[in-house]
Write a protein that binds this ligand. Structure first.
Ligand code: NDP
Ligand code: ZN
Length: 179
């Protein structure tokens, strides 16, 4: 039912906007954080992904990782399917940063198709963001390190969505020195 789906989608955006309301991105303008999850969801629909649970998970993908939100809360409001995709895309922030990065590379090949789609769309958004402008305080080396790591993660999700993968190829083909 289309009206029901639209209402669910708006509920999801409203939920994420409230959760991220005090957060900013790392760019110079300190863009509102919510621009990112909305942009990740748009990367998916632009690439022909219209599965509602996947789009909702994209909108919610950083809520548990970066705010007080719990998986239980997400399941209660948006159901188990959405919860599971969000869980697959959530890092364990109790671990060291280097370990978190290593685990993303290790885990991505074993994720569900839906979680891989969100991962690809998320990295695509962040890479474009970094390409547009390096985050505050990042050296060229740090930017290059990020691009190399992102490629290792997205390489683990190949064979999932051709359009997203081609857009990522485009970015990687330019080489890290053009960032
Ligand atoms: P990250 O390197 O993980 O920061 C990138 C993340 O920030 C993105 O994945 C994105 O995550 C989020 N983000 C917010 N705003 C932006 C933006 N404008 N553009 C792109 N991404 C944005 O940060 P950490 O502090 O967690 O990283 C630590 C790691 O960085 C260490 O493991 C180390 O390897 C490396 N490092 C390297 C240094 C160097 O000089 N070479 C110095 C310090 C650390 P999301 O999708 O979740 O919003
Ligand atoms: Zn993200």
């Amino acid at each position: 039912n289309a009206s029901f789906d639209i209402a669910k989608l708006i509920d999801t955006i409203d939920f994420a906007a409230k959760k991220h309301s005090y957060q900013k991105r790392k760019d110079i303008a300190r863009t509102p954080y919510i621009n990112h999850p909305i942009g990740v969801a748009k990367n998916l629909t632009d690439a022909g992904v219209y599965d509602l649970a996947t789009i909702q998970a994209a909108i919610l993908h950083d809520t548990v990782e970066d705010t007080e939100t719990t998986f239980e809360e997400i399941e209660q409001q948006f159901g188990q399917k959405v919860r599971n995709i969000v869980a697959e895309c959530t890092d364990d922030k109790t671990l060291e940063k280097a370990e978190i990065k290593r685990l993303q590379i290790e885990h991505t090949p074993h994720l569900s198709k839906q979680a891989k789609e969100v991962k690809l769309a998320d990295k695509l958004y962040n890479l474009r963001d970094i390409k547009r402008e390096a985050p505050i305080g990042w050296s060229k080396e740090r930017v290059q390190e990020y691009v190399i790591w992102a490629k290792k993660v997205t390489d683990g999700a190949r064979g999932t969505n051709q359009m997203l993968e081609e857009q990522l190829n485009e970015i990687y083909s330019k080489g890290v020195f053009e960032f």
